[in-house]
Design a protein around this ligand. Structure first.
Ligand SMILES: *Cc1c(COP(=O)(O)O)cnc(C)c1O
Length: 732
């Protein structure tokens, strides 16, 4: 039986055959060629198929392909890229091979996550957690770390967003077409799909697995949608975060227990299990069960051995955000399972209970994960503190500071999130290999050598691109809602490329305070519509399906988009995804973030903006608490802080304090800095701040540094950590 790659290859003109290899490995998506490699073949189809290269190559006409195949410039580019890809895939002398030689493709790290954000064409993510997992796999590949990812392949992914005429979010879902995505159903030697069985609600569910290639890392995605499963069970891998608790626990059983069984079926013996957020912690019970089955030992005899091979990353800074299940649900899903572990019901429930023997304690996934792993971490320094405080209850003998939860701050994949136009500037002034040594702070001092004019010019191109995209999207949305001709025509005046532009994109939950800018409507109107120093803002983000309070925040934003005094200055981009995120972090002047503290575990979108010269304006929470620098000794500051360190417990008062602080920054600092131009028309002081932001943020808040820290601090068995400069493999 032909593999999907071979099948696609056979249908391409001979000179274009290597395109099939590239289309089936997401490596292409972090090369500088990503902008035009596939899109030039057929721009309209590329847009329609949501940048999915497999679907593009399958649907474009053979005539058009033949035309591309006679373009010598295109063929040369393709040949060069294919050679780089081969070198990348074959490279042996990697950073990880020097630092962690005990890991190998046969005994890799198994990384478990309920969502993955790799690219807009594979919508298996909701937000930050998923995109982080995607960036993690990309850097693991670039550093040569032997790793496999385990996740779920959702037929419909996460909710999509459309706003109706009253500004209310209408949820809808679209189907993923697995056969026409860069995925390969894993088959055995007889050509049959490899399957494993998991019992869910007293029924056996058979799951199959698809492989997605992320450079050198394989991501295995479990799929319950098989004809031999009960119709209800087929939907278990239907949607991400539906809000239904039964579906949630079933998905977590599939991911954890099914994932470990699938690794076994694929003859992969992980040296280490990395549990990325509590959802997948059931995996560790299954590792124990297999050990018990193989050795005949008891659970308590194998427990320490399992813990020795497992680490856990917690992402949730609020106690309520941690996954918990009632004892009834545990009974229904695990009644058959605890006997296999040789445990009683009470012993099993205790694994997830904060206090042993408390009959009212729900079963907590974070508790289970902390109990079953040898080390644990939060995702920023501050989140580490918060996590130690929340979970000190599990360690009654220890003072809070000694609760064994450390922290490794999240970072972003620089090769994915830097606009090619800016990356090209870094090539010129930092050297072609800048992105391979992105953690080298000395290298980033060279940002000062970039002429102000060049940095500003390229930034302005990206900003215009964002504005053009926003207008087109808003126009389309207003047309499809059947809005008045007046409102449709008004899109021509929406946003201006010369105006100071803020971006705000995140999930709309009350604690993220998406409407803080309009707390005092009159003052915000005065600031945004200032005659000489206007400010505009682009919003994006979804509310969770059942979150009416979040939907009301969006509805209010939509009112401000229509307000006569604001309608040219406020835009809302519907259906936020990785593509919209990319355009926004590339093009805005300022990235705004105003969560209630300390609810931002880390946050990463502001780091993406910094890579591209965007400046952060945020409350001191998550990563910004580590990154913010005041100006001193002739050095420019690298951004702004909303509010101050002291928090009041009254939310209303806190919101007022923070809104006032934001207004003061906009009026007194930000707008004057942006609009003060020198004789050459450039805002040199603003550009100095852009450079300070790049220089101080990029070398620290990237995923190469993050993955390297996980390897040296969490994965390696002993404390004698080798020191090796972090170097990624050549991309292009
Ligand atoms: C980066 C990213 C996020 C995470 O951003 P936060 O700063 O954590 O809110 C969410 N969604 C998308 C699409 C992203 O690209």
């Amino acid at each position: 039986m032909k593999t999907p790659v071979a099948h696609l290859k056979a249908n391409l003109p001979a000179p274009l055959r290597r395109l099939a290899d590239l289309a089936y490995n997401y490596w292409w998506s972090w090369t500088p060629e990503r902008i035009s490699l596939f899109s030039t073949i057929a721009p309209a189809i590329w847009q329609r198929c949501h940048h999915n290269p497999v679907a593009l190559l399958e649907s474009v006409t053979y005539e058009r392909l033949s035309q591309v195949a006679e373009d010598p410039v295109y063929l040369k580019r393709l040949q060069t890229l294919a050679q780089q890809f081969d070198l990348y895939m074959r490279e042996q002398d990697t950073w990880a091979s020097r630092v962690a030689p005990h890991l190998s493709p046969e005994e890799p790290v198994a990384y478990f996550s309920i969502e993955y954000g790799l690219h807009e064409s594979l919508p298996l993510y909701c937000g930050g957690l998923g995109v982080l997992a995607g960036d993690y796999l990309k850097s693991a590949s670039d550093l040569g770390l032997p790793m496999v990812g385990i996740g779920l392949l959702y037929r419909q992914g996460y909710v999509r967003q459309r706003l109706n005429r009253s500004g209310w979010q209408e949820d809808f879902y679209t189907d993923n077409d697995f056969e026409h995505l860069p995925l390969e159903l894993v088959r055995d030697e007889y050509g049959q799909p490899v399957t494993v069985k998991v019992v869910i609600r007293q029924r056996t569910v058979r799951i199959q697995v698809w492989r997605s290639r992320i450079g050198r890392v394989d991501l295995y995605l479990l799929d319950a949608d098989r004809a031999d499963n009960d119709i209800i069970d087929r939907r278990l891998t239907g949607q991400l975060y539906t809000g239904n608790r039964e579906t949630r626990i079933a998905q977590e059983v599939l991911l954890g227990i099914g994932g470990v069984r699938m690794l076994h079926a694929l003859e992969i013996e992980p040296a280490l299990y990395h549990i990325n957020e509590g959802h997948s912690a059931f995996a560790l019970l299954e590792v124990a069960r297999q050990e018990i089955e193989a050795t005949g030992s008891s659970f308590y005899e194998v427990e320490a051995g399992v813990r020795d091979r497992a680490i856990f990353t917690t992402h949730t800074p609020v106690p309520d955000g941690n996954d918990v299940f009632s004892a009834d649900m545990i009974d229904s899903f695990f009644g058959h399972y605890w006997p296999e572990l040789g445990l009683s019901r009470e012993q099993f429930l205790n694994l997830g209970a904060r206090r042993f023997g408390d009959p009212w304690e729900p079963f907590g996934m974070t508790v289970l994960a902390l109990r079953m792993t040898r080390s644990a971490n939060g995702v920023s320094r501050r989140h580490g503190e918060v996590a130690r405080q929340i979970w000190s209850i599990l360690y009654p003998d220890k003072p809070e500071a000694e609760v064994p939860i450390g922290s490794i701050t999240n970072g972003v994949h620089s090769r994915t999130w830097t606009a090619p136009l800016i990356a090209d500037l870094y090539n010129q002034y930092l050297g072609n290999d800048w992105s391979l040594k992105v953690t080298d702070a000395n290298l980033w001092r060279l940002v000062n050598d970039i002429p102000d004019r060049e940095l500003w010019h390229r930034h302005c191109i990206l900003k215009e691109r964002l504005i053009a995209y926003t207008r087109a999207q808003v126009l389309q949305a207003r047309r499809s809602r059947g809005e008045a001709a007046d409102d449709i025509a008004a899109v021509d005046h929406l946003l201006h490329p010369d105006t100071l532009t803020l971006g705000f994109a995140r999930r709309f939950s009350p604690y993220k305070r998406g409407g803080l800018l309009f707390k005092d409507l009159q003052r915000s109107i005065r600031i945004l519509s200032h005659a000489r120093r206007p400010i505009q803002i682009i919003f994006a983000g979804k509310a969770r399906p059942g979150d009416d309070e979040g939907k009301r925040i969006i509805q209010r934003l939509m009112e401000w988009c229509r307000h006569p005094a604001l309608r040219d200055r406020v835009a809302f981009l519907e259906d936020y995804d990785m593509y919209t995120a990319e355009l926004m972090v590339h093009g805005v002047d300022v990235w705004l973030n105003t969560p209630r503290r300390p609810t931002e575990a880390c946050g990463t979108s502001g780091q993406k903006a910094a890579l591209n010269g965007g400046i952060n304006c945020s409350v001191l929470d998550g990563w910004w608490g580590e990154a913010y620098r005041e100006s001193r000794a002739g050095q420019s500051s690298n951004g702004w802080v909303v509010g101050d360190e002291a928090d009041t417990s009254d939310q209303e008062i806190q919101d007022q304090i923070d809104a006032d602080s934001l207004y003061d920054i906009l009026e007194r600092d930000m707008a004057p800095l942006f609009y003060t131009r020198d004789r050459d028309g450039l805002p040199h002081k603003w550009i100095a701040m852009m450079k300070a932001s790049i220089r101080t943020i990029v070398p620290q808040f990237n995923s190469d540094r993050m993955v390297a820290e996980y390897v040296t601090q969490m994965y390696l068995p002993t404390a004698d950590t080798p020191t090796e400069p972090v170097v990624a493999s050549q991309v292009a």
